[in-house]
Design a protein around this ligand. Structure first.
Ligand SMILES: *Cc1c(COP(=O)(O)O)cnc(C)c1O
Length: 427
């Protein structure tokens, strides 16, 4: 029995296991790949588990800051030890209440997605007697790298269209309660390789320099985004970006020579790279059936547990890590199973993968889906069909340090105005 199957026996399945030493290693590798004065934002949404966040917040002398997008993430980040003043609050739908509470907690840096978003931030800041440092999120007209998830260059709820900036900037500069500290770019996720990552950063830096030159966009702080890759739900190693630091420094020397004087501060951000390879998902085969010549392996983990995105039609290339050489050979030479991996939910959308190469399986076997540390339970349809959330076990140095499960429960909601009770008509 492997360590993983032992944990599956002990805590049941479906089960996530995260290795905190791997989170620390990813944090170290990414910080080392960035020029010394860079900040690194950790995107809390990739894995908001409090212990995982604690590792990301702490550690060596170099700064890791939290990128948050809700009050839930704010609370999780604060509890993990991230400094509120260092956080970046992002997202296209920041409400007045959220902004008020974030400002009250000490958050001062906001990424704004439009002129009206900036005005909302300003109004909340004025009400608190605070001043918000705003990064204008830019939807660049062009982009370079190849990626699976592109977020720029087309109509979007994210960012201010770069070509309109000249026109709107004078108005943006005058919004009370705010000052424009710089720009935020997040053009892509999961770049295919180091060259495309560097190409995208170069493109971003050129766009930033041009916006400054052409329109006088004030740039004291430039968040050039991310795109750091990690294998997701398939075997493989997280890349280590050996040359990135030098190549980024060269690009900065070419576009922002004053960066070495500290006159403009740069940041990158990452979710999946920091946490993806720390986790595996253990799931048990509940049943195996044939239908019209196809095999279906029915698991106790579906889109309620993992890859909620696949419920939206974005199928992952899920693969299973073989337990030992015999299974590896079965997968490699096709003498195992080729089957659809489906979950237990009553919807045909509950598919983790189609025609996945698998070892020979029996009901009761435990499968290991590797590289599942990012976008796990909280990115899944946790409540759908009312099954419990998967347990999440954390290990450090091979020892279990925590085992928990997210609970969902219904609670009473009071009317916002504190007025008429339920069912109560006019008096
Ligand atoms: C989701 C998100 C990230 C993290 O993306 P990864 O691909 O997981 O690195 C970073 N920044 C912003 C603004 C995001 O929305």
């Amino acid at each position: 029995m492997t360590r993983y199957t032992e944990l599956a026996e002990r805590y049941g399945t479906p089960l996530y296991v995260y290795d905190l030493d791997r989170v620390a290693a990813a944090r170290r590798d990414l910080l080392e790949a960035l020029p010394e004065p860079f900040s690194l934002f950790s995107a809390v949404k990739a894995n908001p588990h409090p212990e995982v966040l604690r590792v990301l917040a702490g550690g060596d002398g170099r700064v890791c800051r939290a990128e948050i997008s809700s009050l839930g993430e704010l609370a999780a980040a604060l509890e993990a030890g991230f400094d509120a003043a260092g956080m970046l609050y992002t997202g296209p739908g920041k409400t007045g209440g959220e902004l008020r509470d974030a400002l009250a907690a000490g958050v001062r840096t906001f990424s704004v997605e439009s002129a009206s978003d900036l005005e909302h931030v300003g109004a909340a800041a004025v009400a608190q007697g605070a001043r918000a440092q705003c990064l204008l999120r830019i939807n660049s007209a062009s982009a370079s790298a190849t990626t699976s998830i592109r977020m720029t260059g087309r109509p979007s709820q994210f960012g201010i269209d770069a070509e309109t900036l000249g026109e709107v900037l004078p108005r943006l500069r005058e919004v009370p309660g705010t000052s424009i500290a710089g720009a935020h770019f997040f053009p892509l996720s999961n770049a295919s390789d180091e060259d495309s990552l560097v190409g995208e950063f170069r493109n971003t830096l050129a766009v930033a320099a041009e916006l400054e030159r052409e329109h006088g966009l004030p740039l004291r702080f430039v968040d050039i985004g991310g795109g750091f890759a990690a294998p997701y739900a398939v075997p493989g190693e997280r890349p280590v970006y050996e040359k990135l630091r030098g190549r980024l420094e060269d690009a900065l020397d070419a576009t922002f020579p004053r960066w070495r004087l500290g006159e403009v501060h740069f940041a990158c951000e990452s979710g999946r790279y920091l946490v993806g390879d720390s986790g595996v998902l253990l799931t048990r085969v509940v049943n195996i059936k044939e239908s019209r010549g196809r095999t279906f392996v029915i698991l106790d983990a579906g889109i309620n547990t993992f890859g909620g995105m696949s419920g939206l039609g974005r199928l992952l290339p899920v693969a299973v890590r073989p337990e030992g050489p015999e299974q590896a050979a079965q997968i490699a030479d096709g003498t195992g199973l080729s089957a659809s991996l489906v979950g237990p939910l009553c919807t045909p959308g509950d598919v983790l993968g189609r025609q996945v190469d698998l070892p020979d399986l029996r009901v009761g076997d435990v499968l290991t889906i590797p590289n599942a540390g990012a976008y796990g339970p909280t990115a899944s349809l946790l409540m759908f069909l009312g099954r419990p959330a998967p347990a999440e076990v954390l290990v450090r140095g091979g020892e279990v340090v925590s085992a928990t499960r997210i609970e969902h429960r219904r609670s009473e909601v009071a009317p916002l105005d504190g007025g008429a009770p339920r069912g109560g008509g006019p008096a």
